[in-house]
Write a protein that binds this ligand. Structure first.
Ligand SMILES: *[C@@H]1O[C@H](CO)[C@@H](O)[C@H](O)[C@H]1NC(C)=O
Ligand SMILES: *[C@@H]1O[C@H](CO)[C@@H](O)[C@H](O)[C@H]1NC(C)=O
Ligand SMILES: *[C@@H]1O[C@H](CO)[C@@H](O)[C@H](O)[C@H]1NC(C)=O
Ligand SMILES: *[C@@H]1O[C@H](CO)[C@@H](O)[C@H](O)[C@H]1NC(C)=O
Length: 468
């Protein structure tokens, strides 16, 4: 009897550690849209300009993994029409849609019912085979959107949206994406000083000195928590080198990585009080360990400021993408991304021409794709191999083979057929599948298999506790 009890003890002890290990690694790390090696290349295109995704692919001469679509939540009729048009086309190609869900009518509009209505629409696209990231309320640490610099309401709305998505969807993940903290809290926006007594002010004044400056953490007060976030991201453009920017000039050496790492310093700006975003949110040895995206990036080319001299449009854009996509070893201009930020998993080029308010409404041509010499140089550069001789910047064919053929269907709560992920090359096959298993699961988009395993093991543990 004594021996049996000892055996039971050691079994229970083992179970306990199995759960602890699972919760700390496997369970929180599952995220099938993350590549096994390297990172995805995506684009953000102007949906007014392109009649179809295929038209764009024809001109791009490479097949982007992801396409970005900006909409408002709650969805209005025209945004719903845009998604209905575009997401099934992306799904038909086998790619990923990054849906920037903007709470344009304010954060209080993101009620549970509103989030569930949106999630149901998203689940409908999953039934057509779409894989999606939902980038909810991007650049929430900036002051230029209605949801900006309101950490309490933002976190609540983000969590509400995550819960609705996790409940309704099985191949859609939540992306939390800030604006780079350089210049925070940014000039000429929300007058944070006018609400110094508010709870939000106290949250944002992270160093407690009574004012909000770049010495405060521009990211952490807005983080919704590991249970609600699958990917983290940062908008980061090269706008110029000196305030008020809007210059057709080459980027400073290593600007891309040093801005993210909080080490950027020139004779004009000092951003060295900023936290290291990659280390805190994404590094495998950091705090949150989430795969990271640069969902928006580009190098400013102001068509109203052309001089005809140097640097040329090609030089300005190329110098920037050679920082984003460098995997050929460290250079004076750029760190090797495969070494410096191995958990950076998606970079999407802003491939649009548009008037920018931050450039006095000048027309900015952010595109790599419009001019053949620029286009060819871009496509060649993202195809360069890393030090092990592998392609690092992966496009649609690698995404399709990673996700695997869609093999798994489930009947969702409304009786419709839910198509979930098939096998991924990391060996999980259809185990992210069951939307019903995610009902009420607080912890991210955990796989049904994991949920069931944890359920079973927890049951055994409870039994252990009763017996002992
Ligand atoms: C829908 O929202 C978008 C912003 O996402 C806006 O540009 C558009 O005008 C709105 N359309 C209607 C019909 O309200
Ligand atoms: C905001 O910007 C405008 C024009 O750029 C300027 O005149 C005004 O003083 C600024 N306001 C604040 C509060 O900085
Ligand atoms: C985390 O990993 C990076 C390399 O990926 C390394 O440079 C850094 O020193 C590590 N930090 C800690 C705290 O171990
Ligand atoms: C996934 O499962 C399907 C059958 O359901 C099978 O055909 C496929 O080979 C599996 N893929 C992997 C990577 O195991």
């Amino acid at each position: 009897m004594q021996q049996a009890k000892q055996q039971l003890y050691s079994t229970c002890y083992g179970l306990f550690w199995a759960i602890a290990l699972c919760l700390s690694t496997v369970c929180s790390a599952t995220n099938p849209l993350v590549p096994d090696n390297g990172a995805w290349v995506g684009v953000s295109i102007d949906w007014q300009e392109w009649a179809s995704v295929n038209d764009y692919v024809q001109q791009a001469e490479f097949q982007p993994t992801s396409y970005t679509i900006f909409v408002s939540v709650p969805l209005n009729v025209s945004d719903k029409g845009l998604l209905d048009n575009v997401v099934p086309q992306i799904a038909a190609l086998g790619g990923m849609a990054v849906i920037v869900a903007q709470p344009s009518s304010g954060l209080p509009a993101i009620t549970k019912a509103a989030a569930e209505t949106f999630a149901k629409v998203i689940a409908g696209y999953e039934e057509q085979g779409a894989s999606m990231l939902i980038e909810f309320g991007h650049e929430m640490n900036g002051n230029w959107y209605p949801w900006g610099q309101k950490p309490t309401a933002y976190i609540k709305a983000f969590q509400t949206m995550s819960q609705a998505i996790y409940k309704a969807c099985c191949r859609t993940y939540m992306l939390w994406s800030v604006n780079t903290g350089g210049g925070y809290p940014y000039p000429n926006g929300t007058d944070i000083a006018s609400y110094t007594s508010s709870a939000d002010f106290k949250l944002l004044d992270t160093n407690g000195d009574g004012s909000i400056t770049m010495a405060d953490d521009p990211y952490a007060p807005y983080y919704p928590g590991d249970d609600y976030v699958d990917w983290v991201g940062l908008s980061l453009y090269h706008f110029g080198t000196t305030y008020p920017y809007d210059q057709n000039v080459l980027p400073e050496a290593r600007k891309f990585t040093s801005t993210i790492f909080g080490t950027f310093k020139t004779s004009y700006v000092d951003y060295t009080t900023l936290p290291n975003f990659y280390q805190v949110y994404s590094s495998p040895n950091g705090t949150h360990k989430k795969p990271m995206a640069i969902p928006e990036t580009g190098s400013l080319w102001d068509l109203n400021k052309l001089t005809g001299g140097a640097p040329t449009e090609l030089q300005v854009k190329q110098a920037w993408w050679q920082q984003l996509f460098n995997v050929g070893g460290d250079s004076a201009n750029a760190l090797d991304i495969s070494v410096a930020m191995p958990n950076l998993r998606l970079v999407a080029w802003f491939d649009q021409k548009k008037a920018e308010s931050s450039a006095s409404m000048d027309i900015i041509d952010w595109r790599y794709s419009a001019t053949s010499n620029i286009h060819d140089a871009f496509v060649a550069y993202i195809g360069t191999k890393d030090s092990s001789g592998n392609r690092y910047w992966n496009t649609l064919p690698q995404f399709i083979s990673h996700i695997g053929k869609v093999t798994n269907t489930e009947t969702a709560s409304d009786g419709s057929t839910e198509i979930c992920l098939g096998g991924s090359s990391s060996g999980t096959n259809g185990s992210y599948a069951d939307p019903l298993a995610n009902l009420g699961a607080a912890s991210g988009a955990a796989s049904s298999a994991v949920v069931m395993t944890v359920g079973g093991v927890t049951g055994a543990l409870l039994l252990c506790m009763l017996l002992l």
